[in-house]
Design a protein around this ligand. Structure first.
Ligand SMILES: NC(=O)c1ccc[n+]([C@@H]2O[C@H](COP(=O)([O-])OP(=O)(O)OC[C@H]3O[C@@H](n4cnc5c(N)ncnc54)[C@H](O)[C@@H]3O)[C@@H](O)[C@H]2O)c1
Length: 369
């Protein structure tokens, strides 16, 4: 099987799905790796290093698409219409946002695996691209906030007086939120966390942060450990309950997400207006519409003294470590097909393949997108 990767530039991309370090194992499993020239440039890896690890280097994306059986991708590929027919795509595709591209892949007879649909089971943890990237985003969100905050995070007792610590609130305590809490704590802030999944309380507290005592009538958790989408009335009640905590915080980091849906709106314009000038909000849900009513994805706004940062693709600002993690995640996913003669096979009994396979040789499979 020939596995190809090309240079991805859309969405400010700097990450790479495979680094040379992973190629030895892949070759042992019978894979031949083809990369576009310059693929590792953004992370200081030369074509020579890929070659030395056994990869074949081709000059342009078209040549890679033509030669590869399996294409690894960090996003839904651009101009799907121009791709050859009958290949396999494995990627972070957010296919629910690209129905036309998926349709085109269907018509071209592609087999498609969407890694964002990996089940949260122990066996899939080493392939879990969302967790890898969320951890980096959570960390970087705090650094961004600190950079725009015109005060310090820790309490400082100096000869020139005492500086109060920053109050940080993290809403959404999944992988990104917990990493943000841990990072803000390391920087010395006073940290509070909140999530609609009751299980998050213990995790927030284990990091030394306070869990907000908000009560919603029904649990926000559904099977698989994910959050459910709240009803409009529940969302209104939640915003009301959150308002006091948001307005007294210096920094608010929002990470709330519901898989396959637009992000819940948790911070209204009125809540932002009531925040102190100098406060900072980092909305990590910007890519799926944002947790703040006023979020403009990819933009930094200063609204009556409150800085609202809505980064998209934050892991691409840490591309070296992000690529290292992705390379491990993609390789582990490819390990599911090793020892199989020459084509990926769909084992319908395999929970991981079943959950991630959107198309099998052009046929929509199992799960609606
Ligand atoms: N076992 C595993 O392999 C594994 C791997 C990764 C994550 N997980 C677990 O899966 C769960 C989801 O993690 P994630 O980071 O991918 O989640 P996510 O990115 O889908 O969502 C981020 C957080 O937002 C929260 N949220 C959603 N709507 C909200 C609202 N209205 N108000 C407040 N918070 C809201 C969610 O509960 C979640 O904690 C977590 O329990 C995580 O620990 C398990």
């Amino acid at each position: 099987m020939r596995v190809g990767i090309v240079v991805e530039k859309r969405f400010g991309e700097t990450r790479v799905p495979l680094i040379p370090e992973s190629l030895r194992r892949l070759r042992e499993w019978g894979y031949h790796i083809i990369v576009q020239a310059g693929v590792g440039e953004s992370i200081f890896l030369s074509d020579q290093e890929y070659k030395a690890a056994g990869a074949e280097v081709l000059p342009n994306p078209e040549a890679v698409y033509e030669a590869a059986d399996i294409l690894l991708s960090l996003h839904m590929p651009e101009s799907v219409e121009s791709l050859p027919t009958g290949k396999t795509l494995i990627g972070i595709l957010q296919a629910w946002r690209y129905p036309e591209a998926l349709k085109a892949l269907e018509q071209k007879g592609w087999t498609v695996f969407a890694l964002e649909k990996l089940p949260r089971i122990t066996r899939a943890q080493s392939m879990d691209v969302l967790s890898s990237m969320a951890a980096l985003a959570g960390y970087k969100a705090v650094l961004l906030a600190a950079n725009h905050f015109l005060r310090v995070f820790p309490m400082m007792t100096t000869a020139a007086g005492t500086l109060a610590p920053a109050r940080v609130l993290v809403i959404g305590a999944g992988v990104a939120g917990l990493q943000a809490i841990a990072t803000a704590r390391r920087l010395g802030a006073q940290v509070e966390g909140y999530d609609i999944r009751p299980a998050a309380k213990e995790q927030v507290e284990s990091l030394g942060a306070k869990f907000l005592p908000l009560t919603l009538d029904a649990s926000g958790e559904v099977a698989g450990g994910y959050a459910r989408e709240l009803s409009p009335e529940e969302q209104r009640l939640q915003r009301e309950a959150l308002a006091t905590y948001v307005t007294r915080s210096d920094i608010v980091i929002t990470t709330a997400a519901v898989p396959g849906r637009f992000a819940p709106k948790l911070i209204s314009a009125d809540m932002r207006k009531a925040m102190k000038p100098g406060s900072v909000i980092v909305d990590l849900a910007a890519e799926t519409g944002g947790n703040c009513e006023e979020t403009l994805p990819g933009k930094i706004q200063v609204l009556n003294g409150v800085t609202l940062i809505a980064p998209t693709n934050l892991p691409a600002t840490l591309p070296v470590h992000a690529s290292q993690m992705l390379s491990r995640n993609f390789s582990e996913f490819l390990s599911l097909f090793r020892q199989k003669a020459d084509k990926p096979k769909l084992h319908t009994e395999d929970e991981i393949l079943k959950a991630t396979c959107l198309l099998w040789e052009g046929k929509p499979l199992l799960q609606p997108v």
